[in-house]
Design a protein around this ligand. Structure first.
Ligand code: GLU
Length: 504
């Protein structure tokens, strides 16, 4: 029987969450849901020097906003906890010691100064099979001396002993057969002097203990894979080894290298899921959420960065992604990021969602501008303007005139071909509109057109000024609908005020 699908997202909480990380979460999530499996969140915080206040909470907020909720893990419960590696410190030591006893790892007593000297003496120094016999470790120090150093509490680490002249092979679900020559891999530290495991040891031990069936992670982890695979073997866990899938990178828009936070700053688009402020440097990075993306749009665009379903379809609901996602259709090559395309996804999702679904997002946008309106009124307006919105803040730009009268006018548009005759038209329009009791857009249009024809002015010449009077500029939905929605009193007041302004 196939084992239960259990996948994990295992971030190190060291800063904001790059969209590449969100895509890793998404692929994990889709695969888990598709296979009735479990999606697990594990916090990999064993590197205390990289600890960043607030970063773990930030990751949880990202997961929540994206709607990619783990089934198990830090903050979500489960039978394989604790799910924060710093709380599992005592678990790892025995595995490191087992590796030493088996001859697959060794104690190394080199001080930071020793290592610094070596780095200065040897260009591109690596602690590996070529250099380890020149270092202070249990391969060069007699056994008894090693024991006394340990008993005395001399600071030491445990390093993996990379085998000589071997190739490590594995099958990657995206890349196919991959092999590494062990000469190219250094003797990575497994257990640090403070007794904490490094990522390499902790990730293998925890993937084993948490019964992880598949590892989906970014391509940047590929060079670490041989170390992990050897550890799985040395610890005797070959039969339980997860299947590997290294996801293609998200590339800069020009395709030259991995998309970085700096590219976002340089080119003016977000690279993180949510806003992030580094607590030490106060450096800020903007997020998709705060820029005005719907989580559905971010998930959708990320799914298509590296995957497609072999058809032309581009807009997918989460359920469709769960049904259609397949690892066979994840590309090997990196996927170029395209900001215009990203915005297109958001515009499509704004059109696709109902006014009811958009309501909470639009309320937030308007509340930021101190506009609070009744839900029913808002829903009518959302339906009228959503086709014109690309990012959520566009709802303000496209609809503020429904809530407040224009503060400025596009005077060029208002005055273009202006004449006294047109001024008289709008004066008369005020009196005519004043007599209407059933305030309905269709009736308003009829009255407007009849008056224009009585005065022998082309309707086309009057529509633009009328629009500018009501909204301030050359934008917005059908103008008689706007008049209907803002109501009689506002319409008359706005025409009167605009006429005053034109005279000035
Ligand atoms: N802690 C690693 C990270 O920060 C996890 C890599 C992996 O999934 O193995 O991405």
């Amino acid at each position: 029987m196939d084992k239960e699908v259990r996948v994990r997202f295992a971030p190190s909480p060291t800063g904001g969450l790059h969209i590449g990380g969100v895509r890793t979460i998404l692929f994990n999530y889709l695969f888990a849901k598709q296979n009735n499996g479990k999606f697990i969140l594990r916090i990999e915080d064993t590197d205390q020097s990289r600890f960043v206040q607030g970063a773990e909470e930030y990751i949880l907020n990202c997961l929540e906003w994206c709607g990619l909720t783990p089934d198990e893990g830090q903050g979500f419960g489960g039978n394989f906890g604790p799910y924060r590696q710093s709380e599992r410190k005592n678990i790892y030591i025995k595995y490191a010691q087992q590796l030493v006893a088996q001859g697959h790892a060794y104690y190394a007593f080199d001080t930071p100064v020793d290592l610094e000297n070596k780095r200065n003496a040897i260009p591109n120094f690596q602690y590996n099979q070529a250099t380890r016999l020149q270092m202070r470790n249990s391969m060069t120090i007699p056994h008894e001396a090693v024991q006394s150093l340990i008993n005395e509490g001399a600071p030491h680490v445990i390093r993996i002993k990379m085998p000589e002249n071997e190739n490590v092979y594995f099958n990657d679900l995206i890349r196919g057969d991959v092999s590494f020559d062990t000469h190219q891999v250094d003797d990575k530290v497994l257990l640090k002097a403070d007794g904490m495991p490094t990522y390499h040891l902790a990730v293998v031990v925890d993937d084993y203990l948490m019964k992880i069936s598949h590892v989906f992670r970014g391509e940047e982890w590929l060079p670490s894979a041989p170390v992990h695979i050897l550890l799985w073997k040395y610890l005797g866990w070959d039969n339980d080894m997860p299947k590997w899938a290294h996801l293609p990178l998200i590339l800069k828009p020009d395709g030259k290298g991995k998309l970085s936070k700096r590219d976002g700053e340089r080119l003016g688009f977000p690279v993180f899921a949510l806003d992030w402020t580094d607590p030490k440097t106060q450096e800020k990075a903007t997020g998709y959420k705060e820029t005005g993306f719907l989580p559905q749009a971010l998930n959708n665009l990320l799914a298509l960065l590296g995957w497609n379903d072999s058809t032309e379809q581009e807009i997918f609901t989460m359920q469709e992604l769960v049904d259609k996602f397949s690892l066979e259709r994840v590309h090997k090559g990196g996927a170029k990021f395209d900001w215009d395309k990203a915005k297109w996804f958001n515009a499509e999702w704004i059109k696709k969602l109902s006014a009811e679904e958009l309501l909470p997002y639009v309320k937030d946008v308007l509340a930021n501008k101190n506009i609070n309106a009744k839900d029913d009124y808002l829903k009518t307006i959302i339906d009228l303007v959503k086709e014109r919105c690309v990012l959520l803040p566009d709802f303000y730009a496209q609809s503020h005139f429904f809530f407040t009268e224009p503060k400025t006018y596009d005077m060029d548009a208002l005055k273009s071909k202006w004449s006294d005759e047109k001024g008289l038209f709008f004066n008369d329009l005020i009196s005519q509109f004043n007599q209407i009791n059933n305030w309905d857009g269709v009736d308003l249009e009829n009255v407007f057109k009849e008056l224009a024809s009585a005065k022998a002015i082309k309707v086309g010449e009057l529509m633009l000024p009328f629009r500018v009077m009501l909204v301030g500029g050359k934008f917005g939905p059908q103008v008689f609908l706007i008049a209907e929605i803002i109501g009689k009193q506002q319409t008359l007041a706005r025409i009167a005020k605009a006429l005053e302004t034109i005279k000035l």
